[in-house]
Design a protein around this ligand. Structure first.
Ligand SMILES: *Cc1c(COP(=O)(O)O)cnc(C)c1O
Length: 380
C-alpha cells in the first residue's frame, strides 16, 4: 500500500483549514439530514440498541431496503441472504472486491474513478484497468469499443458508478446496455456503486444496471444512506446481490468489521420508509445549487460541464489561461481563497484529466455565492 499516501481530500481539506479558504473540495453537505431520522437515532441509543447487531444487519433495515428496491426499481431481493448492511459503501466496495478477486485478476473501472476503488483493488492484489470517460456533447461518456478492448481472460469484474463521481454523468440505458452486453458475453460480474441513486437532476432517471435483462444474477448492487439522507458521517451502506455473491461478500465483511453501527441502521430503516419526500426536496435543492454554482463558475471564466447527478461539477480551466489543475488547485487558496479538487488524481492516465477541476455544490447558498465572488478574481 506504499503508493497510497494521504488522499487528495485530506490534503485539500487541510489546505482549506490552514488558509481559511472556502472548501468546495470534499463532497459532504453542510446541512443535516431529516430531523425525524436524527431523532430515531437518538431514540435507538436511548432504548438500548447499543450492542452488536446481527452480522448481515438489523432485520428492520434489511426489510426496509428490500421494500425500497421493489417499490423503486421493481427488483426483488430477500432480506435473508440477498441483502447485507455494511459500514458505508466504502466497506461494501472493499469487501466485494476482496471477495471476488484472486491475485492477478483484473477489474475494469471508468476513469476518472472514486479513489477507494484503486486501493480496494490493490488490497485484493488485483489490477485496475481504466476505461476513460471523455466529454462528448457536454457530458462525460465512454466508447463501447474501448470497453470491449479492455476485457481480457483475467477480467473478473467491472465497477460501474452511476450517477458518476467525479463527472456527474448518469449513464443512459444505451450506455448501461453496452456494459451489460460485455458482462454477459464474457462472464464478468458487475459491481455497481449507486450512492447517488436519488440525486439526479432535470428529470434524468437513474437506472440500476441490475434491472437490465440477465444482469440481476451477475450484479452486486451497492448503496449508502450517506448521500441519500445527508449523513455521510453515519457510514451506513448496503449490498444487494444474489445469494452466492452476497454470501461471499458477507464472508469477507464479517472479518473486516463484523457488523455496522446499530443506531444508524434503525434510523436509516425509518428514513427509507418515511423520508423519501425529504429526499425529493434535497434533489430539488441540489439542482438549484448546481445551477447557482455553474452560472457563477461560467461568469468567473471557467468552461463548465453540466452534471446530471451527484454533488459535483467539472470545469475546464483552459479558458482562464491555466493548463494544470493540480497546480491551479494548490495555488487557488492564495489566488482566490477557495479549495477545489484536481480531477487528474482520479485518472490512471493523468494527462487526460489535467485541465479539469472539480467543485462541490452540496453547500449552503451563501457559501456558494461567496466562493463564486472570490473566484471572479481569477479573471479580474
Ligand atoms: C461518497 C462516496 C462513496 C462512499 O460512501 P460511504 O457510504 O460514505 O462509504 C462511495 N462511492 C462514491 C462514488 C462516493 O461519492
Amino acid at each position: 500500500m506504499r503508493a497510497f499516501g494521504t488522499t487528495i481530500f485530506a490534503e485539500m481539506s487541510a489546505l482549506a483549514v490552514r488558509t481559511g479558504s472556502i472548501n468546495l473540495g470534499q463532497g459532504f453537505p453542510d446541512t443535516d439530514g431529516p430531523e425525524a431520522m436524527l431523532e430515531q437515532a437518538v431514540r435507538a441509543i436511548r432504548s438500548g440498541a447499543n450492542q452488536y447487531p446481527p452480522g448481515p444487519g438489523v432485520p428492520e433495515l434489511r426489510r426496509a431496503v428490500s421494500e425500497h428496491r421493489t417499490a423503486h426499481y421493481g427488483l426483488d431481493y430477500s432480506p435473508d441472504g440477498e441483502i447485507l448492511v455494511t459500514v458505508g459503501a466504502t466497506e461494501a466496495i472493499a469487501a466485494t472486491v476482496l471477495a471476488l478477486c484472486e491475485p492477478g485478476d483484473e477489474v475494469i473501472a471508468f476513469e476518472p474513478y472514486y479513489d477507494s476503488y484503486a486501493a480496494s483493488i490493490a488490497l485484493a492484489q488485483a489490477r485496475l484497468v481504466a476505461v476513460t470517460l471523455r466529454p462528448m456533447a457536454g457530458r462525460f461518456t465512454f466508447d463501447p469499443a474501448e470497453l470491449r478492448a479492455a476485457v481480457t481472460p483475467r477480467t473478473r469484474a467491472i465497477l460501474v458508478n452511476s450517477p458518476h463521481n467525479p463527472t456527474g454523468t448518469v449513464f443512459t440505458r444505451d450506455e448501461l446496455a453496452a456494459i451489460a452486453e460485455v458482462c454477459k458475453e464474457r462472464g464478468i460480474i458487475a459491481i455497481t456503486d449507486e450512492v447517488y441513486e436519488h440525486l439526479t437532476f432535470d428529470g434524468v432517471e437513474h437506472v440500476p444496471l441490475a434491472t437490465l435483462p440477465g444482469m440481476r444474477e451477475r450484479t452486486v448492487m451497492i448503496s449508502s444512506a450517506g448521500k441519500t439522507f445527508s449523513v455521510t458521517g453515519w457510514k451506513t451502506g448496503w449490498v444487494c446481490a444474489p445469494p452466492a455473491l452476497a454470501g461471499a461478500v458477507a464472508t469477507v465483511k464479517q472479518f473486516v468489521t463484523f457488523t455496522a453501527g446499530a443506531p444508524w441502521q434503525l434510523a436509516v430503516a425509518y428514513a427509507l420508509r418515511h423520508e423519501l419526500g425529504w429526499v425529493a426536496g434535497l434533489r430539488a435543492q441540489l439542482q438549484d445549487k448546481r445551477d447557482r454554482l455553474m452560472e457563477g463558475l461560467a461568469a468567473a471564466g471557467f468552461e463548465v460541464l453540466r452534471p446530471a447527478g451527484t454533488y459535483f461539477v467539472q470545469t475546464d480551466i483552459r479558458p482562464l489561461g491555466f493548463s494544470d489543475g493540480l497546480e491551479l488547485t494548490r495555488r487557488l487558496p492564495e489566488l482566490a481563497g477557495v479549495v477545489a479538487i484536481p480531477t487528474q488524481v482520479f485518472y490512471d492516465h493523468a494527462e487526460r484529466g489535467r485541465h479539469f477541476v472539480r467543485f462541490a455544490f452540496c453547500k449552503k447558498d451563501e457559501v456558494i455565492d461567496e466562493a463564486v465572488a472570490r473566484l471572479k478574481r481569477l479573471s479580474g
